[in-house]
Design a protein around this ligand. Structure first.
Ligand SMILES: C[S@@+](CC[C@H](N)C(=O)[O-])C[C@H]1O[C@@H](n2cnc3c(N)ncnc32)[C@H](O)[C@@H]1O
Length: 269
């Protein structure tokens, strides 16, 4: 393991209070988005990144998707990550003047207008208020050149006409177990969010939300990763309780939760 790979966000926080994604990272999990690597690959396929692309990623986390994108040799890669430790880790995967990870908020990235042909983010918007969701999509659009592509990979509520009490119960249960406010939208609402900001949807896919199911953990982290996570969780009763509580909520609401990826295009004017 190289130096930067030892850097993990959440260090020094109490297990009981830590955001769920950093708890999972501390336990050895590296893929922290709802649809796993499979849905990430479908998003990247639809974004069709080629060597002439200038790519911006919001919230790269531990840099798993960053590495997949860098393998496509884009002309530039810029990440905007709120967490210092995560940003350092991502920076460790980067090299040269055209690749960087800045510590900052996607809402106001500080990057110039039209600096990107592709902007994407995964597992970040679901944790934002409706206003912040819109601000972040507006920021993505501002960074895009006309004709540029925008990808998101988030948690969705199903069906589209889910009733308010069920929605409220899910938001409450997710937020209580993950310790971060979580407000997923339905598939139609996610599409409307991009549409309202002037983006045209060009691709869409859903997958079951099986982030903590053993089969998906093995698919995403490999057998050695699964063993590492299981060992760490068994060694730490407080973490074990929290991971099991998160999985209980995901299983309880399995029928009403899905992972969603959308790709959209900014028009030419
Ligand atoms: C659930 S993790 C997902 C990480 C990664 N995208 C993945 O899918 O594995 C959420 C990430 O969003 C980052 N984040 C939260 N709010 C942010 C913001 N306003 N701007 C940039 N990054 C943010 C967190 O620091 C964390 O890295």
């Amino acid at each position: 393991m190289s130096d930067h790979e030892e850097i993990l966000p959440g260090q020094g926080l109490h297990i009981e209070k830590m955001p769920g994604h950093w708890l999972l990272a501390q336990m050895g999990k590296r893929v922290l988005r709802p649809g796993g690597l499979e849905l990430t690959r479908r998003m990247l396929d639809a974004l069709t990144i080629v060597p002439t692309d200038r790519v911006v990623e919001f919230a790269p986390g531990l840099g798993v998707t960053a590495q997949l994108v860098l393998a496509k040799s884009p002309s530039s890669y810029t990440a905007v990550e709120a967490d210092d430790a995560a940003a350092k880790r991502v920076q460790g995967y980067l090299s040269g003047d055209n690749q960087r990870c800045v510590v900052g908020q996607a809402e106001h990235s500080g990057l110039p207008d039209g600096c990107a042909t592709v902007v994407y983010c995964e597992a970040m918007l679901s944790m934002k208020t409706p206003e912040h969701k819109a601000t972040i999509i507006r920021e993505a659009k501002r960074l895009l050149v006309p004709g540029g592509r925008c990808g998101i990979h988030e948690l969705a509520l199903v069906p589209d006409d889910i009733d308010d009490p069920t929605r409220d119960a899910i938001n409450r249960a997710l937020s209580q177990s993950i310790h971060v406010g979580v407000r997923p939208l339905t598939v139609s609402e996610w599409k409307a969010l991009l549409h309202r900001e002037g983006l045209t949807i060009t691709a869409q896919a859903t997958a079951p939300m099986h982030l903590l199911e053993p089969s998906q953990i093995i698919q995403n982290e490999g057998l050695a990763g699964m063993a590492r996570i299981a060992w760490n969780v068994l060694q730490n009763p407080a973490a074990r309780q929290r991971v099991l509580a998160m999985r209980r909520v995901f299983r309880q609401y399995d029928r009403n939760l899905a992972a969603l990826m959308l790709v959209a295009e900014k028009g030419n004017q």
